[in-house]
Design a protein around this ligand. Structure first.
Ligand code: C5P
Length: 320
């Protein structure tokens, strides 16, 4: 950290349980979800770059994993997060514009909340930079959480970190007690999936189920999963992973079926589409097992796989 810049980090997530309810008037679906932050990190740096121009943000640049796929204009959530902090009472930019730099560790459009993690890290870095002369006026965690919920459904969890139960559109969070560390191999897919399309596909599938044209399968309550998380035993956790968005994600990207199959053949304890996909999270017993599973899935040619672990929480989400 230097006087004219601030850096913060936030992590991507896996949904261990994702039960999707009805669509609401605002277009969002009611969720009951258990998020787990994993140690794939987004690092956001905000720096003063000279006289203010009209937007207050001079540029946004991106490095790291799949950087070329990330928008570098005001459609980027980190840009909007910085704007939101600039507008708060008491924010001082010293008459200067800023540049934003994102260094990415989370797959883009993968269902792991990489963009939301950028927004969370940007909220903290911008609060630090713009309230450096008057820290007592800086937004508190509750204020940051409300701004986060307006930016996107996963942004509050990215501020929170750890493992948490999310309800509403995902923004009402309660920490979940966990033991131990969970080891994941992560199979990424360069094609990406659009989150609104996956939710829309679920709605279509549910209409077909209501008309008796396909089975009506819905994820139940997360109680058993939450008990398993307390055990620290990945074998128990493996029994209870569940995601209502998996079937619609597969119908939009059928090759996910092969990736899930490759994960099972590679000996993963369980494999699940993460959030709206297309990243597949494969639960393993320990680090060495995760290396073996990631290698086997990569060699199978269905996807390229990497490693990650759960991160402790709560409140390990965003850090300066
Ligand atoms: O909030 P965010 O921009 O991340 O959400 C992206 C899209 O995902 C929403 O516009 C909506 O289509 C869908 N979504 C949903 N219900 C949720 C979360 C997201 O329908 N609880």
């Amino acid at each position: 950290m230097t006087a004219n810049r601030s850096t913060a980090t936030a992590q991507g997530k896996i949904n261990l349980h994702l039960a999707v309810g009805d669509v609401r008037p605002d277009g969002y679906h009611e969720l009951t979800t258990v998020f787990q932050a994993v140690d794939l990190t987004e690092r956001v740096t905000i720096e003063y770059v000279g006289d203010a121009d009209s937007s207050g943000i001079r540029s946004l640049t991106v490095s790291g994993f799949d950087a070329h796929l990330v928008p570098t204009d005001s459609s980027n959530l980190a840009w909007r997060a910085v704007e939101a902090i600039q507008k708060l009472d008491g924010a001082h930019t010293g008459g200067q514009s800023v540049s934003i730099h994102i260094d990415k560790g989370v797959p883009v459009a993968g269902g792991m909340a990489g963009g939301s993690a950028d927004a969370a890290a940007a909220l903290l870095a911008a609060s630090d930079l713009f309230f450096r002369d008057n820290p007592a006026d800086a937004p508190d965690m509750n204020t940051l959480m409300s701004i986060a919920a307006e930016l996107g459904a996963d942004v509050p969890f990215c501020l929170h970190g750890g493992t948490a139960l999310g309800t509403g559109k995902g923004e009402n969070l309660v920490p979940v007690m966990t033991s131990g560390t969970y080891h994941w191999a992560i199979a990424t897919d360069k094609r990406g999936l659009s989150t609104p399309s996956v939710f829309a596909q679920l709605d279509k599938q549910r209409e077909a189920a209501a008309a008796g044209q396909r089975p009506n399968r819905r994820t139940g309550t997360p109680d058993a999963l939450m008990l398993a998380l307390r055990s620290g035993d990945p074998h128990q956790l493996a029994e209870h992973l569940s995601n209502d968005l998996q079937a619609p994600a597969i119908s939009l990207l059928p090759s996910l079926r092969q990736t899930l199959q490759a994960a099972r053949e590679a000996g993963a304890l369980a494999a699940i589409v993460s959030g709206s996909g297309p990243t597949v999270a494969m639960l393993c017993t320990d680090h060495d097992h995760a290396v073996d599973v990631a290698t086997a899935v990569s060699v199978s040619g269905t996807a390229s796989a990497t490693l990650t672990t759960s991160t402790p929480g709560p409140a390990a989400g965003v850090e300066k």
